[in-house]
Write a protein that binds this ligand. Structure first.
Ligand SMILES: Cc1cc2nc3c(=O)[nH]c(=O)nc-3n(C[C@H](O)[C@H](O)[C@H](O)COP(=O)(O)OP(=O)(O)OC[C@H]3O[C@@H](n4cnc5c(N)ncnc54)[C@H](O)[C@@H]3O)c2cc1C
Length: 482
């Protein structure tokens, strides 16, 4: 790691690495990620990428319309058009770089997901994210103009003249790096909740830091909850039991082993994610129990193992054989629609600061994301940030005084993150609860003020708690004022 780079990219998921890949070779970049490269939401993506590759049976207009319907027409139309018209070329680029998508009779197999009127989801078995990450890591790892540092967390970002000083925590020490441009690609905020499908890195660090610099944060309370996270008694991680399990006929039952979705929507188990999640919460209030299950035991064991190898194996590890037993499930946080507000070139309103991927608010998702549009967004707007920097690049940065940050300070009190997560579960989980938000917001704000202002020892735990407190505070403010 050097002292100065043209571009610092904070985050090495799909959006950050694809941005790095698209920078001109004359521009040097440092990409940092806070754990190892594979620990990110991109690596967890199962279903696939939505893209119109077949223009005979599908069209850009149809994909645009599906996206607008899912988003309740709160989407920014010009961003949606860019996403959908440019996305197929980025998917083809990933194929050129070596990404393998499943094929049938020599043609890429496109599958259907909820909300799409055509088969346009290309996928690699049920591990598409892993395949895209394998491809983009291989493409960037040996680029002479790109350095990648793992286990390196952005702790502070200070504006300099036409550039930034980043204080990066690595091996318990802070390293200061100057950069003319910064791209925030830090992913989602799932870990602000107790129950989430997100990777442990998803603590909203980049959003909190961008907010502290004055970037506009929009729609942070627009959160997609998934109805069926695995909810075993001894399992803290709520991994995803994909929609496809219901698609293949699984019934959703309550604590009395009775199907109940007829009370909430005529589409039953196949209603959209938000409707099923709401149905479960309302049913839990009716029955006074949080116990819900998916039942797919009426399909043959051979079918289940062949169609859902990963889910079958993962549940076995938790002691549940889904060919014979019910799968315990409950709604869980899944995806953030809002984030750092950016324009079509991924620029924030702050000079030389960009945001891409799940942490950015491009406006493509509106109120609710259409399934499999987010990997596409990471590619299209990651590339666009790089292209904008390629166009505008000039190294006029005159770096002023180096900011002084020290790792020394008081140890952070234990239990801070748990308190925030419990509050978020009460205030804004599936059904927003403004009364609880009003009651608990002062507590969250007090934690945020303390973590922002008092001098604590700079550790990853502290940095993540600080982010979670700031994120929770913005979400609750929005819940009360929207
Ligand atoms: C279980 C699951 C299944 C999904 N399935 C699909 C799907 O089928 N199709 C689809 O389109 N979308 C899917 N999504 C959503 C999609 O995977 C994500 O929206 C997308 O991959 C986000 O990419 P990203 O680059 O923005 O963030 P991520 O891939 O999460 O990367 C974030 C990066 O930021 C780094 N970072 C964070 N904070 C710091 C810091 N302070 N300092 C340094 N580095 C930091 C992390 O280490 C990481 O490298 C799924 C998500 C989940 C959780």
């Amino acid at each position: 790691m050097r002292d100065k780079y043209d571009v610092l990219i904070v985050g090495a998921g799909l959006s950050g690495l694809y941005a790095a890949y698209n920078l001109d070779s004359r521009i040097n970049a440092l990409v940092v990620c806070k754990r190892d490269l594979r620990l990110c939401n991109s690596n967890l993506a199962q279903g696939g990428v939505a893209a119109v590759l077949d223009t005979v049976n599908d069209s850009f207009d149809l994909h645009i319309e599906d996206t607008m319907i899912a988003g309740g027409r709160e989407n920014r139309l010009e961003s949606v058009e860019v996403l959908i018209k440019e996305g197929p070329d980025d998917v083809r680029k990933m194929i050129d770089l070596g990404a393998e998508f499943d094929k049938v009779d020599g043609h890429i197999h496109a599958t259907l997901e909820g909300g799409h009127c055509r088969r346009r989801i290309v996928h690699h078995r049920d591990t598409t994210g892993e395949e895209l990450m394998r491809t983009v890591i291989a493409a960037t790892r040996n680029l002479p103009n790109v350095d990648i540092e793992e286990n390196t967390s952005l702790a502070f970002l200070d504006e300099a003249n036409n550039g930034y000083y980043a204080s990066l925590l690595k091996d318990g020490k802070l390293h200061t790096v100057a950069a003319s441009y910064v791209v925030i690609a830090t992913g989602g905020i799932g870990r602000v909740y107790k129950y989430t499908t997100n990777s442990s890195i998803a603590t909203g660090d980049g959003i909190a830091i961008a907010a502290s610099l004055g970037a506009r944060i929009e729609n942070l309370s627009y959160i997609q909850f998934h109805p069926t996270g695995f909810a075993g008694d001894n399992c803290r991680e709520r991994f995803l039991i994909s929609e496809a399990v219901r698609g293949e006929g699984a019934y959703l039952v309550n604590c009395h082993r009775e199907r109940f979705m007829h009370r909430y929507d005529e589409r039953l188990e196949l209603a959209p994610r938000d409707v099923v999640s709401r149905g479960i919460i309302l049913e839990s209030r009716r029955t006074g129990s949080d116990r819900f299950y998916l039942d797919i035991t009426h399909r043959t064991p051979e079918f289940i193992k062949d169609r859902f190898p990963m889910i079958h194996e993962r549940c076995l590890l938790e002691g549940i054989d889904i060919t014979k037993e019910l799968i315990p499930v409950f709604p869980t946080h899944h995806y953030l629609m809002g984030g750092i507000n950016v324009d079509l070139n991924s620029r924030t309103r702050i000079n030389r600061l960009y945001a891409v991927g799940e942490c950015a608010h491009t406006g493509v998702h509106g109120k609710n994301r259409l399934a499999s549009n987010s990997l596409l967004e990471a590619l299209v707007f990651g590339r666009r940030a790089a292209e904008d920097i390629n166009r505008c690049y000039n190294d006029t940065s005159v770096f002023g005084k180096v900011p002084e940050h020290s790792v020394d300070g008081a140890p952070m009190p234990t239990g801070t993150r748990t308190s925030i997560r419990n509050i978020m579960q009460k205030c804004h989980f599936v059904l927003p609860n403004p009364e609880a938000a009003r009651k608990y917001r002062p507590e969250v704000e007090e934690i945020a003020v303390r973590l922002n202002n008092k001098r604590f020892q700079i550790t990853n735990d502290y940095l993540e708690a600080r982010s979670l407190a700031n994120i929770a505070s913005i979400v609750l403010k929005e819940v009360l004022h929207k």
